[in-house]
Design a protein around this ligand. Structure first.
Ligand SMILES: Nc1ncnc2c1ncn2[C@@H]1O[C@H](COP(=O)(O)OP(=O)(O)OP(=O)(O)O)[C@@H](O)[C@H]1O
Ligand SMILES: [Mg+2]
Length: 195
């Protein structure tokens, strides 16, 4: 399947924070960057694509209050703006995640647009002039269908690495990961930048 697509001419800057390894700071990066952008006056949306829901929890959205979610967006039940809830940070909204996301792989596995669900939702929102200057996507620690959706949607792919090993090991593991993610990412959209 050819995932190539033209970049959006208008609409938000979309950045995905991804790494198949857990606990390397993806969620922390997404929340901090989003908060910093909101603090300088940008309208920012975080899309929580991790079933763990740590970005949602970190931004104060309790599990019991999550009546809308990224699952609803990926299944087409809700438009992106309808699934976005405001946070305590002025200018920062989040599409929360719920445990429903755990089953999404099986639910949309045979759909031809399974990798493009998030990209299409973001494009449709941009066409409706949704008021977001930046969209940050927090991914699960896996290169699964959720992460691939984020890669297909994003203009920038930010791979977080943990610097707790020796410098040479960090460098080797980062470059291996970058090439693996980059190869997939490039197949999905050749114009994407890897940070
Ligand atoms: N730059 C940093 N320096 C030190 N500790 C950090 C840094 N960034 C994040 N942490 C800590 O590392 C832990 C894991 O961070 P975080 O939850 O953001 O990782 P993650 O990659 O999103 O994890 P997961 O893959 O489980 O979603 C947290 O305790 C967080 O406070
Ligand atoms: Mg996380």
């Amino acid at each position: 399947m050819n995932y190539w697509h033209k970049p959006m001419k208008t609409g938000p800057r979309i950045i995905t924070v991804a790494n198949q390894k857990g606990g390397v700071g993806k969620t922390t990066t997404a929340i901090n960057l989003a908060t910093a952008l909101a603090a300088i006056g940008e309208r920012v949306l975080i899309v929580d694509l991790d079933p763990q829901g740590n970005a949602s929890t970190g931004l104060g959205i309790d599990r019991k209050d999550r009546t809308v979610s990224s699952y609803d967006v990926l299944t087409g039940e809700l438009e992106l703006e309808a699934a976005a809830v405001p946070t305590a940070v002025p200018g920062l909204s989040i599409v929360p995640s719920t445990l429903d996301l755990l089953g999404i792989e099986m639910e949309i596995a045979s759909a031809p647009d399974r990798v493009l669900r998030l990209r299409n939702a973001l494009r449709a929102a941009a066409e409706r002039s949704a008021p977001f200057g930046y969209v940050l996507i927090d991914c699960p620690p896996s290169l699964n269908l959720l992460t691939l959706n984020s890669m297909a949607a994003a203009i920038r792919f930010w791979s977080r690495c943990n610097a707790s090993f020796s410098r040479s090991k960090v460098s080797a593991s980062c470059s291996k990961l970058s090439s693996r993610c980059g190869a997939r990412s490039t197949r999905i959209s050749p114009s994407r930048a890897l940070c």
